[in-house]
Write a protein that binds this ligand. Structure first.
Ligand code: GLN
Length: 564
């Protein structure tokens, strides 16, 4: 492009939720990035919560933490992974966040005495945020995913913002609708009517989709394409068939088979060079792995946030799952994950021995006391039976509790979160947080976002990062102290007064905050256990398809070795 004109693509959903708007938005971003464009992505969540931090994962899925500590929606993780970019709080908004800032501005007299109205002031605030995010990223294209489904009361003001932005920038704004075409079992025919109705509803908001992504269990035939085209007013070549796939990483590839990036560039009048074949090949090679890997690694994931009624919802740990895939694919393996409920090990300890059939065990992040005793028994079992164990955040804190109880003999060792009356609070709040907590300001007491950790020589942690640096230069890493930067989301820390005793008995704190006060990684030396390591941070948030996370890679390697 010659003169910099930012382009905006809104992605909205029709018919039902859960048809992959997030992955569609991520894939659109990727195929445009691949044409040499600078792309950034925005997620709009229509709920009142100011961020996703206060929501239960079974309600909403994973809370994805950005480098600046913003607690956001799991789709932000998809954008970061597909586009290999780092987003900030400017890229995320909710109804609550938008209203909050309008109200704050009103209190600050920023509307200069005007009557502040829902329309236009709320949509204008939304537009302002979209533009700011674009500017901050020097983006050529901003992809904006509007959460929810058209026709919902909740996202109307965001659609109003989209309409107004189009009015202001007619040539630079495009609309993509991701719709669903059901094939009712008894009828056996793919139906277009719900999509027709969804487009009409969107039309009622003054918006006409330029592209229609037709999600369905199978590919669209020409007849269906023509029908949708005629009734929805979309050119047949802009009706894109998006059948179910085994791997989400094939979706950008499928989109390109339908020449989607070319079409978008045409609609938005973007002139680019041809697609970057080298980068594209890397992606295609990566995506192929999902179908290769005949051999599997069997991972047990122990958690509690995956039951919703009779269904299992693995969304709560989405980034962990993806991180496991990247590191497994790298070694030509396919991860097979089994979800085990931690409370089951409390009810029936005999189940522990079943864990032997897995190549590795993961305990991911979590909050509260439910399931903790079950987790502790799993960790003890993994330690004693030399099963590779990787603890993420709470899963690291529990390494410390288990070690204190069973090796140091501190029978009531615990975290303040579970038993504030324990005499041996090996996991505790730090002095500086106590005042904040007294004011009942829970949000303010969390350690969120990026912090540095200094790695200790001769440890699994240091070795892992040194052997696959995940984008960091080896030169920098070798020159001086080995620092890594990782994302955090937790309130409690390893209590400094127990560190001496724990280390004397063999637990190694191989990563610490630069001032040495906060423990970032705990591990057992390789001579004692093939892989027994936990991180206070969440490495899963920085695992990317083309640069898997070093610690996940080491864990998977240990799992493969166990198999042998
Ligand atoms: N509940 C623990 C804490 O707040 C761990 C949090 C987590 O696993 N994300 O410190």
């Amino acid at each position: 492009m010659t003169k910099k004109e930012t382009k905006y693509i809104f992605v909205v959903g029709g018919v039902i939720s859960g048809v992959g708007k997030g992955i569609t938005s991520s894939s659109l971003g990727l195929i445009l990035k691949n044409r040499g464009l600078n792309v950034t992505s925005i997620k709009i969540d229509p709920y009142i919560n100011v961020d996703a931090g206060t929501m239960n994962p079974t309600e909403h899925g994973e809370v994805f933490v950005l480098k600046d500590g913003d607690e956001t929606d799991q789709d932000m993780g998809n954008y970061e992974r597909f586009l290999d970019i780092n987003l900030t709080r400017l890229n995320y908004m909710t109804t609550g966040r938008v209203y909050k800032s309008v109200i704050e501005k009103e209190r600050n007299l920023e509307y200069k005495g005007k009557c502040v109205e829902v329309v236009p002031h709320i949509p204008l605030e939304v537009i302002g945020r979209i533009k700011e995010a674009g500017k901050n990223a020097s983006a050529d294209v901003v992809v904006i995913e509007v959460g929810g489904t058209v026709g919902e009361y909740q996202n109307m003001l965001f659609l109003e913002a989209a309409r107004m932005l189009k009015l202001e920038n007619p040539k630079n704004t495009a609309f993509v609708m991701v719709s669903f075409l059901p094939t009712p079992q008894k009828i056996g025919e793919m139906k277009t009517k719900p999509t027709q109705n969804a487009v009409r509803t969107l039309n009622a908001s003054g918006i006409q989709p330029d592209i229609l992504i037709a999600r369905a269990s199978s590919s669209l035939d020409d007849k269906r394409k023509e029908k949708i085209s005629l009734f929805c007013n979309v050119h047949p070549s802009n009706v894109i068939s998006a059948p179910d796939v085994d791997s989400i990483y094939d979706i950008p590839i499928n989109f390109e088979k339908e020449k989607l990036s070319e079409k978008l560039c045409e609609i938005l009048n973007i002139k680019t060079k041809k697609a970057d074949d080298k980068a594209w090949k890397k992606w295609k090679d990566f995506a192929k792995h999902a179908h290769n890997g005949k051999e599997v690694v069997k991972i047990a994931m122990i958690g509690k946030y995956f039951e919703t009624g009779d269904f299992i919802l693995s969304d709560s740990y989405l980034s962990v799952i993806e991180a496991l895939k990247y590191s497994s694919y790298l070694q030509n393996r396919k991860p097979v994950m089994t979800w085990l409920n931690s409370t089951d090990f409390e009810k029936n300890p005999a189940k522990l021995k079943d864990l032997k059939k897995y190549d590795g065990i993961i305990i991911p992040g979590g909050f509260g006391s439910r399931g903790v005793e079950g987790n502790l028994s799993v960790i003890k079992f993994a330690r004693e039976n030399k099963i590779p164990y990787f603890g993420l955040c709470y899963g690291m804190q529990m390494i410390v509790i288990e070690y204190a109880r069973n090796i140091l003999g501190l029978k009531d060792a615990n975290t303040k979160e579970v038993n504030p009356n324990s005499k041996n609070l090996v996991i505790d709040v730090m002095e500086s947080q106590k005042e904040i907590l007294k004011r009942n300001s829970y949000g303010g007491s969390m350690r969120l976002g990026e912090y540095k950790a200094l790695l200790r020589e001769g440890t699994i942690a240091k070795e892992s990062y040194a052997s696959s640096l995940q984008g960091r230069s080896l030169k920098d890493f070798k020159k001086g102290p080995a620092f890594v930067t990782e994302r955090h989301r937790h309130r409690y820390e390893v209590n400094p007064s127990f560190i001496g005793d724990l280390e004397a008995k063999g637990l190694v704190f191989s990563g610490r905050s630069p001032d040495g006060h906060l423990m970032e990684i705990a591990e057992l030396p390789k001579s004692k256990h093939p892989f027994f390591l936990g991180t206070q941070f969440h490495p899963e948030f920085l695992a990317r398809p083309l640069s898997p996370h070093p610690l996940f890679t080491s864990f998977i390697k240990a799992c493969i070795n166990k198999k042998k």
